[in-house]
Design a protein around this ligand. Sequence first.
Ligand SMILES: Cc1cc2nc3c(=O)[nH]c(=O)nc-3n(C[C@H](O)[C@H](O)[C@H](O)COP(=O)(O)OP(=O)(O)OC[C@H]3O[C@@H](n4cnc5c(N)ncnc54)[C@H](O)[C@@H]3O)c2cc1C
Length: 393
Amino acid sequence: MIRRDYLVIGSGIGGACACEGVRKHDKRGTVTIVGAEIMAPYNRWLLSKDFLREKTPPFKKLAHYDQRWFVSHKIETRFATVVKQFNIERRLAVLGNGESIEFNKACLAMGSRPVRPPVAGVNLGNVIYLRSVRDALALREMADVEKTVMVIGGSLLACETAASLRMMKLKVSMMHRNAYLLNRYLDSQTGPWLTDYYAKHGVTMLVGESLNGFEGKTVLRNIQTKSGNRVPAGLAVVACGAEPNLDLVRNTPLSGPHGSPVTDYLETEEKGIFAVGDLAFYPDRIMGGVRRQTHWENARAQGLVAGANMTGKKRIRYEQIPYFWTEMFDLRLHFVGDFSVQPTRVDLRGTYAKKKFLARYYQGDKLRAILLCNQTDREVELAKKELRHALGK
Ligand SMILES: Cc1cc2nc3c(=O)[nH]c(=O)nc-3n(C[C@H](O)[C@H](O)[C@H](O)COP(=O)(O)OP(=O)(O)OC[C@H]3O[C@@H](n4cnc5c(N)ncnc54)[C@H](O)[C@@H]3O)c2cc1C
């Protein structure tokens, strides 16, 4: 039996930062990180951007924490290894190779996985889900051969992937059931502007259309829409959302319908077991309410906080303003605050035509979010400060 002071499950950015947080405050405790992917924690966000587009896959840019970092911080790594069972009472994790690790404290950082729509043909060849470096390499390879691609969805990932594939000169279509792209975040002026921007960049937009199924014997041939259309496609990228990887703790208090519920300190109901990143359903002390974010900065910052709290030497509340960024064509958008409810009023400074603007989203007279397009990092930091100030935090 292997015994560890700290066990981190999942080697994405959340898990890696949890290790860093632990080591910052406990130089001696034994730490193991177990991750299903073969690579050390990498910049997952790059996969739909430069990693897809550049002639040779830029592995150097992808690296975030390398093996040397773990060695120098005396953290044992078990990559390409899955945790198969997690026994809360016995504080025991069973690995795919049959080994068991008994732990004192644990951090769940299993992230999320692409949602598979419940339609026929989801497992056909050339129907791709982009989550890992393996997926990105497969997509690169197929994009070399297949010249017609359909991107399903209107999410951040769908938009980024469609833009990259178009920049790679593929014939790209997008199918999105809503009237405009990024409808979960954007207001009813900016969303249609962005959708039009895609059309102007040569992306065929099938908005207001829902997926009915994929056709083909072993490999994709056509895509059916619910309205009865049949669109030929040699390749499909499905980007219909991400669901938390909760199988390991299913039917325990560590698993809920929206993620793994945690306290202000990112600790679950089980003392000493924490959850971070795409997995965590946490109380938002800045905007109010409870939320799960599936964004890079959130996973990074939560990992650091949870790691520190795991040592027992710190007791830090997670108090970050919700924030993420995205890139598509020549647009870099930053989202500061809570975009979950459509604004009742938008104050736009700058213009869509110049692709440089800042939009303040209000609920009544209350500022709830700020959207920035092609603004500097300094502007983004100022926006965070402004929102905090407006909220009295
Ligand atoms: C293509 C792409 C582009 C993105 N671009 C952006 C962006 O521009 N901006 C932004 O803010 N966010 C972006 N994101 C989202 C961001 O990458 C995620 O929010 C972030 O990676 C979440 O980190 P995490 O550590 O919580 O989970 P993950 O990164 O999902 O890592 C979890 C890890 O745990 C492993 N795992 C799962 N179950 C087990 C198990 N039982 N045993 C062992 N290991 C397990 C998984 O294999 C995975 O390696 C993007 C995501 C993708 C996929």
